[in-house]
Design a protein around this ligand. Structure first.
Ligand code: PXP
Length: 249
């Protein structure tokens, strides 16, 4: 079974556009849960551009599915996570000027810091996942620093799929899919959990869901975009159905 993590940051983005109180990501979490989300993800950014501290506090109290806090490996964020104890933390790189998370974490280039942060979070009982590119060196470094899971960045695959006319047979999309698959095999081989996400949508999700060993898909923008037209509960249900179709063979 593949779990679906729904990222609700964009609901908060809409709220922050007016600096008001609606739409509330806490409501979004409940709707996503009703639609079948297995996990609710929020990214608390250093600049609080969408999700704010109040959201994470309330979500911690109200989310009945798994709560996954995406965050940078800073002392401030580690302190918040250790206090609120989400079931899972996904460590991501964070650039102030990026529109969304742009690339995977360079775990290999900062092993001592990563090891320290992973250890602090795990000592607080939090399951730690690292968001990395589909790169063997980063997978091996993730295992070395003690991560329990890796989320492979599917952005390059999604980009190649789109640029190739949304045709999964195109060589560039196939090549990127193979990279994600190879990283997944290495992750599973090293005893970690293989997750994937970023830029997945209703058209490109199934080849990723079909990769051997994949356990969780983390999807935000596409689901919230569809929710504008069909409602969040329905948008989550449709994504779950696509993933289930693959799991059922
Ligand atoms: N996974 C990670 C680590 C992310 O940073 C994001 C974006 O916040 C997502 C998944 C979801 O990406 P998207 O919004 O493109 O579905």
């Amino acid at each position: 079974m593949i779990d679906l993590g729904v990222n609700i940051d964009h609901v908060a983005t809409l709220r922050q556009a007016r600096r008001t109180y609606e739409p509330d990501p806490v409501w979004a979490a409940a709707a996503a849960h009703l639609g079948g989300a297995d996990c609710i993800t929020v990214h608390l950014r250093e600049d609080r551009r969408h999700i704010v501290d109040r959201d994470v506090e309330l979500l911690r109290q109200s989310v009945q599915a798994k709560l996954n806090l995406e965050m940078a490996a800073t002392d401030e964020m580690v302190g918040i996570a250790c206090r609120l104890k989400p079931e899972m933390v996904t460590l991501v790189p964070e650039g102030r000027h990026e529109v969304t998370t742009e690339g995977g974490l360079d775990v290999a280039g900062q092993r001592p810091r990563m090891q320290d942060v992973v250890a602090q979070l795990q000592a607080a009982g939090i399951y730690v996942s690292l968001f990395i590119d589909a790169d063997q060196k980063q997978v091996e470094a993730s295992a070395q620093v003690g991560a329990k899971a890796c989320e492979i960045h599917t952005g390059p695959y999604a980009h190649a799929f789109y640029e190739g006319g949304r045709d999964i047979e195109m060589p560039a999309a196939q090549a990127e899919l193979r990279k994600v698959g190879a990283a997944g095999t290495a992750i599973v081989g090293l005893g970690m959990r293989f997750n994937a996400g970023h830029a997945l949508n209703y058209f490109n999700v199934q080849p990723i869901a079909a990769l051997p060993g994949v356990r969780e898909l983390h999807i935000g923008h596409a689901i919230v975009s569809r929710a504008v037209f069909v409602g969040l509960e329905q948008a989550v249900r449709e994504m779950k159905r696509l993933i289930r179709e693959i799991a059922a063979g």
